[in-house]
Design a protein around this ligand. Structure first.
Ligand SMILES: [Zn+2]
Length: 95
């Protein structure tokens, strides 16, 4: 199972966020292809502006672990290497 999530574009964060910046190498920040045997659903996170793949085939538990390891209220922001917009990463699978 695989699904794509378009991230929310935010203005450039200054505090209280974990920001990943990558403007020289145009490749996904995270690639979960190494975990292909795990039978949970996979999610790709796309830039909310241009659709660039920011994180590829990430398992839902991986991303929630990533988010959980942060301080309370902290979110992860990925700068799109292509359009340089800031994408806020969040788990949207809680419904
Ligand atoms: Zn983009």
């Amino acid at each position: 199972m695989m699904s794509d999530i378009r991230c929310r574009i935010i203005s450039e964060p200054h505090d209280h966020k974990a920001v990943f910046r990558q403007t020289s190498v145009k490749s996904p920040y995270f690639d979960g292809d190494d975990y292909e045997d795990v039978p949970s659903s996979k999610i790709s996170y796309l830039c909310g502006d241009c659709g660039f793949i920011l994180a590829k085939n990430i398992h839902s538990d991986q991303i929630s672990q990533l988010l959980k390891s942060d301080q309370k209220g902290l979110s992860i922001v990925l700068q799109c290497p292509q359009c340089e917009k800031f994408n806020e990463l969040s788990t949207q699978s809680k419904s």
